[in-house]
Design a protein around this ligand. Structure first.
Ligand code: HEM
Ligand code: HEM
Length: 553
């Protein structure tokens, strides 16, 4: 009959007992080797299990093989499992056509778009913890964020830079998709969704500049800040996420990334075949994307740390609205349109030359500010369908080859040049009277945001010279004829040249510098000229106060 061995009873739990037994093992060399082997095995098991939990099934050995770009270690192939079960990888196709992954075909623009969009989501959410969306508190909350919160300045810079880079990369993405003809046939709707995304992006960025409640923004009602905030942080990004999901679903699941046209439409069957060789996502593309990710993070962090301050002007003051709306670089084209350099001059010419006055029927602000941009957006939205109609009209098969699309490419480049031309027009447009322009160059009432990131804010020549180099006194500008090594006198000489060049009669200017309070100088610029019209007062006076500690580049 089976008899139980009599057991020695112990009060100690097993783990503790083993622990003490291990001390015993340390006495002999075989015991020590056994112990080391046991420890290694346990550590590997724990690490392996944790890795499997994190990677939806890939063990440590397989992760190592992935990182080395080696074939899978375990059979059956656990990578398949990770591709379908893990969240990030299940979003990705398992394999791509080799030629569609060429860097020179997409430049990774779509990838970077997604990256920067995520950075916006994350940094934006963090900003929401500090930003207060009330007209009274918004500005102060940003000042508090950048001065009191650890890494608050960095956080704001991340959001600012990533927003600018996102817009830049989306525009480059659009250009590459257009030039490679990747918007044709099955990809038509993908393009249209992209066009909607672009509109949404510009709207989000435009509203973003409203949120700090500084003086740079002149549009809209300040009391509506909460509405803009909800649009910027909730409604529009929510709609954007849905559209990105649809856009990406089409690319990843429905039609894939296009092949380079010269390979897809090559007369040589082997070229066409080779282009369609399979490249697995794991590990080939995955490891390449890790490098891109690291580079993008590095670049973004460097810009956020050393790329200069995200603009923050003076607090908003409804009695001191800036004369012109300042817009970021990607909306300059719109500003250019609103200057109306084409239609209005033509109508005026028609009126003065031929006596046909159509100007009463033409509302420049409505047309150039709203209707023309909507029309351009609509053309962008349906561009692939227009392109298809064009092909159909000539009864030819759609082709993505550059030489079959000469007109399309020419039109695209024409649009790009128009975009640049209108942007430059707005950038260099001068507003105000000649005297105001001079005052603006030398002594603007306040610093103006630079339109392009990395350029310093424009604070005028006087502020740049700085407190210490501005001697008290009254200076008649006419007396400073020659350039001087002394910065202040040299500036006076420049001012004299500007006055002489300006389209005003008999202009004279004076600069008065007074010690207003301890460490505070009062600086007045006075320009007088002979008025030409009765509405012209013939004088302009502007005063600023400059503190000893204020520094302007
Ligand atoms: C936030 C904005 C956008 C995101 C996140 C995004 C994302 C992507 C990604 C990841 C791809 C695949 C990879 C690549 O082609 O680089 C792609 C492809 C594509 N995108 Fe976008 N995109 C955006 C905006 C746009 C815009 C503005 C357009 C055009 C108006 C557009 C049209 C297309 C088209 C047609 C494809 C297919 C290209 C091909 O198959 O070669 N996308 N997009
Ligand atoms: C495509 C996405 C986005 C773009 C292009 C964008 C752009 C901007 C811009 C240009 C500013 C002004 C900052 C400055 O003065 O430099 C801003 C501010 C802000 N954004 Fe966004 N944003 C985006 C998404 C988000 C999201 C998703 C959130 C919240 C979840 C958010 C929250 C905020 C907050 C709280 C501010 C005010 C703080 C500040 O001005 O520094 N943003 N955004």
């Amino acid at each position: 009959m089976f008899q139980r061995e009599p057991q020695r009873r112990s009060r100690l739990p097993v783990g503790v007992k083993n622990f003490f037994a291990a001390f015993g093992d340390l006495k002999t060399s075989t015991g020590r080797a056994h112990l080391a082997q046991q420890t290694r095995a346990t550590a590997w098991r724990v690490a392996d299990e944790t890795t499997r939990a994190l990677t939806a099934g890939l063990g440590l050995a397989d992760v190592r093989a992935l990182l080395r770009g080696e074939p899978p270690v375990e059979k059956p192939n656990v990578r398949e499992q990770a591709l379908s079960r893990a969240f990030w990888t299940h979003l990705r196709p398992r394999a791509y056509y080799k030629s569609s992954t060429k860097f020179s075909h997409t430049f990774g623009f779509g990838f970077f778009n997604v990256f920067f969009a995520f950075v916006q989501l994350i940094t934006g959410t963090l900003l929401m913890f500090f930003y207060e969306p009330s007209p009274e508190r918004a500005y102060a909350s940003i000042v508090q964020l950048v001065t009191q919160v650890p890494l608050g300045q960095f956080l704001r810079h991340l959001h600012h830079w990533s927003a600018n880079l996102l817009v830049l990369f989306v525009l480059l993405h659009l250009l590459r998709v257009y030039l490679t003809g990747a918007f044709k046939q099955t990809r038509r709707l993908t393009w249209s969704i992209g066009a909607l995304l672009l509109g949404l992006l510009l709207a989000i960025a435009f509203i973003g500049y409203r949120l700090p409640m500084d003086n740079a923004v002149t549009w809209g009602n300040p009391d509506d800040l909460l509405r803009y905030y909800l649009l910027h942080t909730g409604i529009l990004p929510g709609a954007g996420l849905l559209l990105v999901a649809a856009h990406y679903y089409r690319v990843a699941r429905l039609h894939g990334i296009s092949l380079p046209a010269n390979e897809e439409e090559s007369p040589d069957a082997t070229v066409r075949e080779n282009a369609r060789a399979r490249v697995n996502y794991l590990p080939e593309l995955w490891s390449r994307e890790l490098v891109w990710l690291a580079l993008a993070l590095l670049g973004l962090f460097a810009l956020a740390a050393w790329g200069g301050h995200a603009p923050l002007g003076r607090p908003f003051d409804s009695t001191h609205r800036a004369a012109t709306m300042s817009v970021p670089w990607f909306l300059l084209w719109w500003q250019g349109l609103r200057l109306d350099p084409l239609v209005l001059p033509m109508l005026l010419g028609l009126r003065d030359g031929a006596g046909i006055d159509l100007t009463p029927f033409y509302d420049s602000a409505l047309w150039q500010g709203i209707l023309v941009p909507i029309f351009l957006g609509a053309v962008l939205l349906v561009a692939p369908y227009l392109d298809a109609l064009w092909d159909k009209f000539w009864g030819r098969a759609p082709s993505r080859l550059g030489r079959q699309r000469k007109l399309g490419i020419a039109l695209g480049l024409f649009a790009l040049m128009g975009w640049l031309a209108f942007s430059l027009l707005a950038y260099f447009a001068s507003t105000g009277s000649p005297a105001e322009r001079i005052a603006h160059e030398f002594l603007p009432e306040e610093c103006e945001r630079a339109v392009f990131p990395l350029l310093p804010a424009e604070c005028g020549a006087v502020r740049r010279i700085g407190y210490a180099q501005l001697p008290n006194g009254t200076y008649e500008v006419a007396r400073y004829a020659a350039p001087s090594a002394e910065p202040f006198e040299n500036m006076l000489a420049q001012l004299r040249v500007r006055l002489a060049q300006a389209d005003v009669d008999d202009a004279r200017a004076q600069i008065i510098i007074e010690e207003w309070q301890a460490n505070l100088k009062k600086i007045t610029l006075r320009i007088v000229w002979t008025p030409r019209a009765s509405s012209d007062t013939g004088t302009l006076e502007r005063t600023i106060y400059l503190h000893r500690d204020s520094a302007y580049e």
